[in-house]
Design a protein around this ligand. Structure first.
Ligand code: NDP
Length: 295
């Protein structure tokens, strides 16, 4: 039987709908909308399109989003200064600050991210927020990891006592997701294995998974032979590949072959991506509510 398709786009739409009411209630109470400032550095087309999608989604739920564009030649010191100024209110009131990644190679990414104050860190990358997550008392959870967990819970896919294998150990996706799935409580209590580029026998590890997450950035890495029949497969990867007629987006999973083996699978696009955006909106509202003591 072909796998059940886990529709991240539909779930993100439902999340946005419920956020609309919450954002409206905040706006009435605070006398202003929650406000997100996004810093976009350079001219990477994919980054520009992700930022545009985030701004459109913010507008749909009533969050005020401002995109600050910076030349790709800006150095680390200039970007740190800019983020610090934004945090101090140079671009108006600000509840959340997001620095779109990747930054140009000559920039010290961690230094720039560290300039985002922990209480405005809606991406959840600040060491304080990473620490809170690792201690099981999360504040801002990295959006993609939060989106994957939300998708599993919403789809009724049990995690407690199940084996989860996450391929990819980045601070942005793999690591926080491993913390979430192994934490106590709903959407957690899984037994988690993290794989990476030094993992030997990747296929063998993957075949043990009840829930297999690919967060690598390599098209076709996960093949049908690596998937246990009936497993849930979550494809976080976003890769642009050339086709005879142009190009298209694919994940890390060989979708047609794996969908024939898996019990459930996320498509690319339309799977994890929209949930990442929805979780960003939720984090921005949370930041705004924390600021005025509503949470
Ligand atoms: P990173 O490049 O930071 O991390 C990739 C991870 O994959 C690393 O841990 C790396 O191992 C591991 N890896 C690389 N090659 C292999 C291999 N052959 N076998 C096993 N592991 C391997 O990427 P990100 O975590 O930032 O992103 C991963 C993917 O997810 C990308 O395609 C990105 O575009 C996408 N993404 C999608 C989002 C969404 O909303 N859907 C949001 C964020 C990212 P090592 O640590 O050893 O180098």
């Amino acid at each position: 039987m072909p796998a059940r398709i886990l529709d991240g786009k539909a779930l993100a739409g439902a999340i946005e709908e419920s956020l609309c009411d919450e954002v409206a209630a905040f706006t009435t109470a605070a006398g202003r909308a929650p406000r997100l400032v996004v810093v976009l550095v350079g001219e990477i087309a994919a980054s520009a399109s992700y930022v545009a999608a985030k701004a459109r989604a913010a507008a749909r739920v009533g969050i005020d989003a401002d995109v600050v564009r910076v030349a790709g030649s800006a150095d680390t010191a200039a970007l740190v200064a800019l983020v610090s100024e934004i945090a101090r209110g140079s671009h108006g009131p600000v509840d959340g600050i997001l620095v779109q990644l990747p930054l140009p190679r000559h920039v010290d990414t961690l230094a720039v991210l560290d300039a985002v104050p922990a209480d405005r860190d809606v991406d959840g990358f600040h060491p304080e927020n990473a620490g809170l997550l690792s201690q099981g008392r999360p504040r801002f959870i990295p959006c993609t990891a939060a989106g994957v967990q939300r998708l599993l819970v919403d789809a009724g896919i049990a995690t407690a006592g199940r084996r989860a294998v996450i391929v990819g150990r980045s601070d942005i996706v793999g690591k926080p997701l491993a913390l979430l799935l192994s934490a106590r409580g709903p959407g957690g209590d899984a037994t988690v294995t993290i794989c990476h580029s030094h993992t030997t026998d990747l296929a063998e590890h993957c075949r043990t998974a009840d829930i297999l997450v690919a967060a690598v950035g390599r098209p076709g890495l996960i093949t049908a032979e690596m998937v246990k029949p009936g497993a849930t497969v979550i494809d976080v990867g976003i890769n642009r590949v050339e086709t005879p007629t142009g190009s298209r987006l694919v994940g890390d999973v060989d979708f047609p072959a794996v969908a024939a083996v898996a019990g459930a699978i996320t498509p690319v696009p339309g799977g994890v991506g929209p949930l990442t955006v929805a979780m960003l909106l939720a984090n921005t509202l949370l930041a705004a509510e924390l600021r005025i003591g509503r949470r």
